[in-house]
Design a binder for this molecule. Structure first.
Ligand SMILES: Cc1cc2nc3c(=O)[nH]c(=O)nc-3n(C[C@H](O)[C@H](O)[C@H](O)COP(=O)(O)OP(=O)(O)OC[C@H]3O[C@@H](n4cnc5c(N)ncnc54)[C@H](O)[C@@H]3O)c2cc1C
Length: 392
């Protein structure tokens, strides 16, 4: 039996000075204010556009908590700190919103730079990208519904070429590549593309990983089908398992358009489905490599238990745990200390461009979503352990 504990806050926060911990406590307490979470990102964006001198303030607070820097070089310090403590970094170019062909091409070049960085430095065990960073959302939507006109088909072909280019670069450099999952109404075309890439590249080893959002009701069946397919066609698969980030949007759209919600009815159902997906991937570990993308302690513990029961070494390269930079350090560092493979998404990009990402982190850690207690109570516990706690 694995007996991993995620409660050791000394291990979790060794990298943070008292002042940094207090700043983190202040930041997480701000997420309790609905107005700060709702209006903070758009007001910050406006202030930056107006060139008001707030960049330093944003940078030293929310940006430094959740991002590695404005470019790959600037991420070096954060990545070194994590690496020294046994945790890898996954450089995540988190720029969103501009839907132009020239920007998509530039993004491909930037993603390739993250692959080259991963090739040369052990501290970067994976590369990652999001399909809507290299193609228009609407094109993925139409492709998913099989209704591209001729011009759109050409545009989609250019997207396919970009995906091929990124995957080929990763394989040539010997770098594992994660591809994020997005909204259900664009995901079919992404799944088809990634499956094609897995079939092409994951022949002797797993380089390309798709993402399964286990809050979806159809993902276990999808996983099962692709296992059949991979066995018959003789290729391997990589899956990053996550619960899913777009629950409210998914439910709202289903309601507005009068179709059944594709999302599990409640949190326990999502939890059960996530763990079932994990068990299925584990059972088929001869052809599936798994990256467990979660801040959930029970699911993280489950994988350590499965590995221990079947005598899979904790550092088996087919199993990785992943969290986001600035969150759940208690999981990341306690797992790493116990010898497991752990990496954190390390988002980066110009401050203005990563604001949507920061807004989502604020939302996720707000009292509205019920997450705020977790990070905050760990920070307070550590401040108390260091005897520097005061309740202000
Ligand atoms: C390394 C990493 C990579 C990620 N990549 C992606 C990605 O590619 N695509 C993506 O969509 N997300 C991604 N995420 C985000 C992820 O999907 C979750 O939103 C986030 O991690 C919270 O889930 P959890 O398992 O960590 O924690 P938990 O706190 O245990 O779970 C929260 C999650 O449970 C689900 N949930 C909450 N309430 C309900 C409810 N009432 N009914 C049904 N389900 C509910 C939601 O999915 C919610 O996000 C990633 C997360 C990490 C750590």
């Amino acid at each position: 039996m694995s007996n991993i504990s995620f409660d050791n806050t000394e291990v979790a926060f060794k990298h943070k000075s008292n002042a940094e911990l207090k700043r983190a406590k202040w930041l997480f307490s701000m997420f309790n204010h609905r107005w700060a979470v709702k209006y903070g990102p758009p007001l910050t964006s406006l202030a930056l556009k107006l060139r008001l001198p707030i960049k330093g303030m944003v940078r030293s607070t929310i940006f430094d908590q959740f991002c590695g820097g404005e470019n790959i070089q600037e991420c070096g310090d954060a990545a070194d700190m994590l690496h020294k403590r046994g945790v890898g970094s996954i450089l995540d170019y988190s720029v969103e919103g501009v839907e132009e062909e020239s920007t998509f091409d530039q993004n491909v070049e930037e993603i390739k730079q993250t692959i080259y960085a991963a090739k040369t430095e052990d501290k970067y065990p994976f590369a990652v990208f999001k399909c809507t960073g290299i193609g228009r959302f609407d094109i993925f939507h139409k492709a998913s519904e099989g209704r591209l006109n001729e011009a759109e088909r050409e545009e989609f072909d250019r997207i396919v070429k970009r995906v091929e280019d990124i995957c080929q670069t990763a394989v040539d450099q010997g770098v594992r590549l994660l591809i994020d999952a997005e909204e259900t109404w664009i995901q079919d075309s992404i799944d088809d593309l990634v499956l094609m890439m897995m079939q092409k590249h994951n022949t002797s080893a797993v380089w390309v990983y798709n993402t399964l959002q286990m809050y979806r009701t159809d993902r276990l069946a999808y996983l099962d089908n692709t296992i059949d397919l991979a066995r018959k066609a003789g290729f391997k698969m990589g899956y990053k398992l996550v619960r899913g980030a777009y629950m409210e949007k998914e439910r709202e759209r289903a309601l507005d358009n009068d179709y059944d919600s594709p999302i599990q009815p409640d949190k326990p159902a999502t939890d059960e489905n996530f763990d079932a997906g994990l068990r299925m991937c584990f059972e088929h570990r001869d052809i599936i490599a798994t990256c467990l993308g979660t801040h959930n302690e029970n699911s993280s513990r489950l994988l350590t238990e499965l590995m221990s029961e079947e005598n899979v070494p904790s550092n088996d390269p087919h199993f990785w745990f992943a969290q986001l930079f600035g969150m759940s350090d208690n999981i990341s560092f306690n797992l790493a200390q116990a010898g497991y493979n752990v990496a954190k998404y390390l988002p980066y990009g110009p401050i203005q461009a990563v604001l949507p990402y920061l807004g989502r982190r604020a939302e996720e850690n707000s009292s509205v979503s019920g997450q705020v207690g977790r990070e905050m109570s760990l920070i307070i516990e550590e401040l108390k352990r260091r005897k520097v706690w005061n309740s202000n």
